[in-house]
Design a protein around this ligand. Structure first.
Ligand code: GRF
Length: 207
């Protein structure tokens, strides 16, 4: 009997190493129940789009310049994603702040990965190297990564999984971000499995 696949769409703006982790997990069978229906980006040259194409996954580039404002952009984004009838939307390094309309259109079907131990070091302006700079400046002895549900408040939704990573004396933004990124790849797959695969395997129908 063919498995009923759980459909996901991934939104990415950058290099797409988190997307690659999901692609690899589908290929190795860890996420055999998952079908990546499309990868969508706001950046035409996002390497994430190249990664998707190399794996035969449909890609969509939505150019912000083609829309008068965020509201219109996200209206189109809702329309595009709705056409895939997805079970989950994964933000994997997606560098646009989602409008309330978008978040409300998909409820608790959106997850995001953040390179710190939320709720600390999250929110407006806390992205990329800024996160690690703030952690190093704070003198904290540990940082980490978090996968959470997306709500209308940035980086504030219910936490799904989190992993702690030590800050090593002499760490730079580069060395810390590299160590955390490696763990993000594992954590994101774990979060998707927790939300989509385990219930599916147990025969629990998602609402
Ligand atoms: C990751 O560090 C993620 O936590 C953050 O953006 C980065 C994306 O990296 N949201 P990549 O594009 O998946 O390599």
């Amino acid at each position: 009997m063919s498995e009923i696949k759980k459909r996901i769409v991934v939104l990415a703006s950058g290099s797409g190493t988190n997307l690659q982790a999901i692609i690899d997990a589908v290929k190795t069978g860890r996420l055999s129940y998952v079908d990546i229906s499309a990868v969508i980006s706001n950046k035409k040259d996002a390497f994430a789009l190249h990664r998707a194409k190399s794996s035969g996954i449909e890609t969509v580039f939505l150019d912000p310049k083609s829309f008068i404002n965020n509201i219109d952009y996200d209206k189109k984004l809702v329309e595009v994603i709705s056409s895939y009838s997805v079970d989950l939307i994964v933000l994997a390094g997606y560098m646009r702040i989602l409008t309330d309309n978008f978040v409300n259109a998909f409820g608790n079907k959106i997850i995001n990965i953040h390179p710190a131990l939320l709720p600390d070091f999250g929110g407006k302006g806390m992205y990329g190297k800024h996160v690690h700079e703030a952690v190093l400046k704070s003198g904290r002895e540990e940082s980490g990564c978090t996968v959470h549900f997306v709500t209308t408040e940035v980086d504030s939704g219910p936490i799904i999984v989190q992993r702690k990573i030590p800050v090593i004396p002499g760490d730079t933004v580069e060395s810390l971000s590299k160590r955390i990124l490696k763990e993000e790849h594992k954590l994101l797959v774990e979060a998707i499995e927790k939300i989509l695969v385990i219930p599916a395997k147990a025969g629990i129908q998602q609402n």
